[in-house]
Ligand binder design. Structure first.
Ligand code: NOJ
Length: 451
């Protein structure tokens, strides 16, 4: 008889689920919540699949207690959530909405009751529309001033119960993909210089988030950014291809990771943006470069790179037959879970990494006899975890993994068609049904090992 060796993760490894306020809460205009740029975008014809809105979503606003019960019954002890800025400051700045603050108090009470530790993202794309209308949103540093006050308020209010803070989620997606002619809110096509300016405002907000946690977070508070860095994977793990992948990684991530970890716009940034650089004040980097406690990485995919002529990195395109999720950008590249963490540890010396999102988007069929067979998702995530374990075994300091997502939800421009949940959500009845992947992940968390 051959006995399989347990493929364990380190002791105290953090396992959990991830989700975000605008994608699950619904109650888009309840109890004084202000309009967000995504509420506006969803009402703009042709922008969101099927004309879906965030108005109802998973009704988590009223169903959070049953959701936490289910989450806990699946064995999770950690939950990454976000707070809705326009729930707390309906206009982004100005008067605070007490009912919004009260909602998250109730939410944290319930998490506490169900033994769930919060990991709180301050901003997950739901910019108050008023800041967009009055200031031009991420194009203008007055948005960073408003964020500074918002960050102070939430850290002061919840700092005694929240110890894990994430400043921003995926800067690329609310800057370039919102202002550079792509499909995210506010859906604008601005110049390259303006796009770089939106990144700069975001970096300032990140800095303010870190500052707020240091000032008001209290004992044991930790803070970091969640980034969706582009992950370059060496075509073969030879010295030459690894060097090429590393050079590509430095180039691709020069707008976000480089300034945060080096405290300036360095050579990589200047080479990348040329004459379209953001305007900034020198003192901005006192904030941007503030030391953090961990880096959150959302990794779903990657690109293959090989050493070309003279070692020059050559990015390879994906052939039509390459395995892909229903989300067309989500190519199956399990090695990205190995190389993403390794690159940031090697290049920037990051000492603690959390995978704050990983998962798969498919148009899953509805339950049959109470079951949802999503072997496609299960197998993809299992392969990813194998590579994550390999990177940990090689000495890369990965401390946690949050599966995206707990339940199907509003997938931005793809509306409700594209499902990322391990729990199926019937959006008509709001019934939740754990898929095969949820039951498998339950065993992984229980064993602290690949099963
Ligand atoms: C990253 C984003 O943070 C999240 O909001 C989104 O739903 C997932 N990726 C899947 O696309």
């Amino acid at each position: 008889m051959i006995k399989s060796r347990p493929q364990t993760f380190p002791k105290n490894f953090v396992w959990g689920f991830a989700a975000a306020a605008p994608q699950i809460e619904g109650a888009a205009f309840t109890d004084g919540k202000g309009e967000s740029i995504w509420d506006r975008m969803a009402r703009t014809p042709g922008k969101v699949h099927n004309g879906d809105t965030l108005d109802v979503a998973c009704e988590h606003y009223t169903r959070y207690a049953e959701d936490f019960k289910l989450m806990r019954s699946l064995g999770a002890k950690h939950y990454r959530l976000s707070l809705a800025w326009p729930r707390i400051y309906p206009n982004g700045d100005g008067a605070v909405n007490q009912k919004g603050l009260d909602f998250y108090h109730r939410l944290f009470d319930s998490m506490d009751k169900h033994g769930l530790t919060p990991w709180v993202t301050m901003f997950h794309w739901d910019l108050p529309q008023s800041l967009e209308t009055r200031f031009g949103g991420w194009r203008d540093r007055r948005t960073a001033d408003a964020f500074a006050t918002y960050a102070d308020t939430i850290v002061k209010t919840y700092g005694d119960r929240v110890k894990n803070w994430i400043t921003l989620n995926e800067i690329l997606c609310f800057t370039r993909l919102g202002y550079g002619g792509h499909d995210k809110a506010p859906g604008l096509s601005c110049s390259e210089q303006v796009v770089n300016q939106t990144y700069h405002t975001a970096l300032l907000c990140h800095g303010h988030g870190v500052r707020a946690v240091r000032e008001y977070g209290g004992k044991g508070a930790r803070v970091g950014l969640t980034d969706n860095c582009s992950v370059s994977v060496p075509l073969s793990e030879t010295a030459a291809d690894i060097a090429a992948a590393r050079a590509q990684f430095i180039h691709d991530n020069a707008r976000v990771l480089d300034p945060i970890y080096t405290g300036s716009y360095g050579a990589a940034y200047r080479k990348l943006v040329g004459k379209h650089a953001a305007k900034f004040e020198k003192r901005d980097f006192d904030l941007i470069g503030l030391p953090t406690d961990f880096l959150g990485l959302n990794i779903y995919t990657g690109t293959f790179v090989r050493a070309g002529k003279g070692g020059k990195p050559e990015q390879l395109s994906f052939p039509a037959a390459y395995p892909t999720a229903d989300a067309p950008w989500l190519k199956h590249v399990p090695q990205s879970l190995y190389w993403g963490p390794r690159h940031v540890a090697e290049i920037y010396g990051v000492k603690a990494i959390h995978i704050t999102e990983n998962g798969a988007g498919y148009n899953d069929a509805s339950p049959v006899k109470g079951e949802v067979n999503d072997l496609h998702r299960l197998n993809l995530v299992r392969g990813n975890l194998g590579e994550l374990r390999r990177t940990i075994n090689d000495g890369v300091p990965v401390k946690g993994f949050f599966l995206w997502s707990f339940m199907d939800n509003f997938e931005w421009q793809d509306g409700y068609e594209r499902r990322f949940g391990v729990v199926y959500c019937d959006f008509k009845t709001q019934k939740r049904t754990p898929k095969f992947s949820a039951k498998w992940y339950q065993e992984v968390m229980k064993a602290n090992a690949l099963v």
